[in-house]
Design a protein around this ligand. Structure first.
Ligand SMILES: [Fe+2]
Ligand SMILES: [Fe+2]
Length: 364
């Protein structure tokens, strides 16, 4: 790859994403570039052209959301500096690739560059797709009752995402294959899907509105109360390690954690009561041996003991996953105590598998 082009993109292009909405900041540009280049390795393509198309693809958001793909194309054609690296013909291909990245566009991208960028730009998160389907139904068909919404949700998911549905991935081997497969399995398990639907439908229609949001200073007390519950569970399992009472963080420490964008804390807020939380931390791999990935480390998830089995933990976990994807994280990790089989079963049910085992021997 041409280093002067890379430098130009890093210094002049990516910073232009900083003023966009949260889902389209610099991270988004970087994620799309990385995913496109990764998929592009299997094709005979000009990597520099792909890099430029991915880097520019959403720049049109600065002008207008609806037509941003076309605006991005226009910006590419008008960007004089691209002539330092590309011919007019190449610039036209790059511009068309940016124009074709809209996942909603009915026609397939015109070139492999457009297909790679569009596929890299698309993030399939099954839970988000199901929730958006329900939300769409609720706002467009307000006359339907719960059963009506269930039928509509089922139909839409089947038509579009099920095996044989009209959604096609644009690139074989795309990182979307795995989540799409998971979504397809969820659609085929009708009873399981119904449970997810019921929970989300309740959340979306509930008179006591449920939101999962970032923690604010007003949550210190509620979160502190939940931290005490967690400590109790840990103390019961490992009294040699955990104190019988107290909590992991002081109020001031909690305030600092809440305020730090690198350690987001999500709370499950039902009508103003905080019934659960998820402490997270973004981690960046940095060593000679590790790939430069971002990991979302979940420091702690807790649901109020009075409201267990209401799928609040799952809702929090889904939110954490959505967030990790939005931040371009490669994976989500967490530590679970061997003395807490319930927690272990929960995380396994969320699709997690064991990454490594931490061992100990008690010295007596
Ligand atoms: Fe876009
Ligand atoms: Fe995008």
């Amino acid at each position: 790859m041409d280093t002067s082009l890379l430098e130009y993109i890093e210094q002049e292009i990516i910073p232009r994403y900083s003023s966009f909405d949260k889902a389209h900041r610099e991270d988004h540009a970087r994620t799309v570039i990385a995913r496109a280049l990764e998929m592009g390795r299997s094709y005979e393509i000009d990597e520099d052209m792909l890099l430029a198309a991915a880097a520019f693809h959403d720049l049109g958001l600065a002008v207008d959301r609806k037509t941003h793909h076309l605006e991005s194309g226009r910006m590419i054609r008008e960007e004089g500096r691209l002539r330092e690296w590309f011919s007019e013909e190449q610039i036209e291909t790059i511009a068309q690739a940016a124009e074709d990245h809209r996942a909603s566009s009915k026609t397939a991208p015109r070139s492999i560059y457009g297909r790679l960028v569009a596929e890299a730009d698309r993030l399939i998160v099954p839970e988000t797709i199901i929730r958006r389907t329900i939300q769409y139904g609720m706002s467009h068909y307000p006359g339907l009752d719960r059963e009506g919404h269930w039928q509509r949700t089922l139909e839409h998911l089947n038509e579009k995402y099920a095996r044989g549905g009209y959604l096609h991935l644009l690139i074989p081997g795309s990182p979307n294959e795995e989540p799409l497969e998971r979504l397809r399995n969820m659609i085929e398990d009708t009873a399981g899907l119904r449970k997810i639907f019921d929970r989300m439908f309740d959340e979306e229609s509930s008179e006591t509105p449920v939101v999962i949001r970032l923690a604010v200073p007003g949550d210190v007390e509620a979160v502190g109360r939940l931290l005490e519950q967690v400590l109790k569970v840990h103390h019961e399992g490992r009294p040699d390690l955990f104190r019988p009472e107290g909590k992991k963080y002081s109020d001031q420490e909690l305030l600092d954690i809440f305020a730090d964008p690198e350690t987001p804390v999500f709370v499950y807020d039902k009508g103003g009561s905080v019934l659960g939380y998820a402490f997270c931390a973004l981690q960046y791999a940095s060593s000679g041996s590790l790939n430069p990935i971002t990991t979302l480390y979940v420091d702690d998830i807790c649901v109020d003991e009075a409201t267990r089995r209401e799928h609040i933990g799952k809702a929090l976990f889904d939110k954490v996953k959505e967030y990790a994807v939005s931040q371009g994280c490669h994976n989500i990790t967490l530590h679970v105590w061997e003395c807490n089989p319930e927690a272990m079963a929960f995380y396994k049910a969320m699709g997690m598998s064991v990454q490594f085992t931490s061992m100990e021997i008690i010295c007596q």
